[in-house]
Design a protein around this ligand. Structure first.
Ligand SMILES: NC(=O)C1=CN([C@@H]2O[C@H](COP(=O)(O)OP(=O)(O)OC[C@H]3O[C@@H](n4cnc5c(N)ncnc54)[C@H](OP(=O)(O)O)[C@@H]3O)[C@@H](O)[C@H]2O)C=CC1
Ligand SMILES: Nc1nc(=O)c2c([nH]1)NC[C@@H]1CN(c3ccc(C(=O)N[C@@H](CCC(=O)O)C(=O)O)cc3)C=[N+]21
Length: 287
């Protein structure tokens, strides 16, 4: 039976440390400001916004959600981003992905001031991650939150074989870069991968970010593997589930993250910690 990684409890513990930093900044008259830009009505994004708002308020952050219609043009969206680039009360800008088809993701992420790019999607920040210059560099919150889980549960990465399913800019690619930087041997897989199960069965650590409910079954997992489930999906009954068939896989894995209360809360904790870090760095520059 696997140890269940309690993302919710770990997140609550780490939030305490972030809250102290928020108090220290308040003594210098700085309130970290975060804006989340939500275009359209992606389901996982709505869950994210709801939970994030609640936790950011508790933390004492200045947090706003800018909701925009799915029909917005790319130029209009970029104009909104520029507004926040210039707004000194805002230290962190997050544009929720996915974006509607008429909008080019690269144009949008490039428009964010790299110093306010809290999810690390700007090419400058992604480039720094690739060359392992991560000091004072914001990194995609979900993969960074997963790294924090590994550390908290003393799960070694050096020399381990890791398979990541999914190659998105938000999860798969930054995840792989972080793991390579931590000396793991990393395989990224995606919808064109042949014989996927052969690869996943070799993995000491399996990270799943596909977006399909119950995509990974027990037979896809090596006995004793660590299984990290990033998925935020709905099952036939409309219940929130992950990409991993938790009930069967938990008998085979050594560690497993549940959905909910696994990766999701850690993403939000990382978002808040990085918002505070961006505010701290901006204060140092000005002071
Ligand atoms: N918990 C959290 O904090 C977060 C959760 N999520 C959730 O994680 C999931 C993934 O998100 P995201 O990365 O944005 O999703 P994307 O849709 O951007 O990426 C999905 C990836 O899965 C791959 N894929 C799809 N079908 C298969 C298949 N049959 N076999 C192998 N690979 C496949 C795709 O391959 P290809 O590239 O070839 O299309 C793609 O690389 C979603 O459920 C999302 O809601 C996302 C972000 C944060
Ligand atoms: N630029 C960008 N960065 C993201 O990190 C990003 C994004 N866009 N778009 C959408 C996805 C989705 N995502 C979630 C984060 C936390 C929960 C979360 O809090 N989940 C709770 C759910 C609890 C519940 O409400 O039932 C849990 O797993 O316990 C969900 C989903 C971040 N995403």
């Amino acid at each position: 039976m696997a140890t269940i990684i309690d993302g919710k409890a770990l997140a609550a513990k780490l939030d305490e440390a972030t809250r102290k930093r928020v108090k220290q900044l308040a003594e210098h008259g700085i309130i970290p400001g975060l804006v989340v830009v939500l275009v359209g009505d992606d389901l996982a994004s709505q869950i994210y916004v709801r939970n994030k708002e609640r936790r950011a308020k508790k933390m004492g952050l200045h947090s706003i959600v800018r909701k925009l219609p799915a029909t917005i043009t790319e130029a209009e969206l970029i104009q909104v981003i520029q507004e926040y680039n210039e707004d000194t009360s805002i230290h962190a800008i997050l544009v929720q992905l996915p974006l509607p088809a008429q909008i080019n993701e690269f144009h949008v992420t490039t428009a964010i001031d790299p110093k306010k790019d809290v999810d690390g999607f700007h090419p400058v920040n992604l480039g720094k991650l690739l060359v392992n210059k991560t000091d004072r560099t914001p990194i995609a919150c979900t993969p960074q939150g997963i790294m924090t889980m590994f550390k908290a549960y003393h799960i070694p990465l050096d020399g381990k074989r890791v398979v990541v399913i999914g190659r998105s800019t938000i999860v798969g690619k930054p995840m792989a870069a972080l793991l390579i930087n931590a000396n793991a041997t990393v395989t990224i897989t995606h919808s064109h991968t042949h014989h996927l199960a052969q690869l996943t069965r070799e993995a000491d650590i399996l990270i799943v970010a596909v977006g399909i409910a119950h995509f990974v079954h027990a037979t896809d997992v090596k006995p004793g593997a660590v299984v990290i489930d990033v998925g935020m999906d709905r099952d036939e009954k409309g219940k929130l589930v992950g990409d991993v068939d938790f009930t069967t896989v938990q008998d085979r894995a050594s560690y497993i993250t549940p959905v909910p209360k696994g990766v999701g809360p850690m993403t939000i904790t990382t978002l808040m910690a990085q918002t505070v870090a961006l505010a701290e760095w901006s204060g140092e520059e000005n002071g």
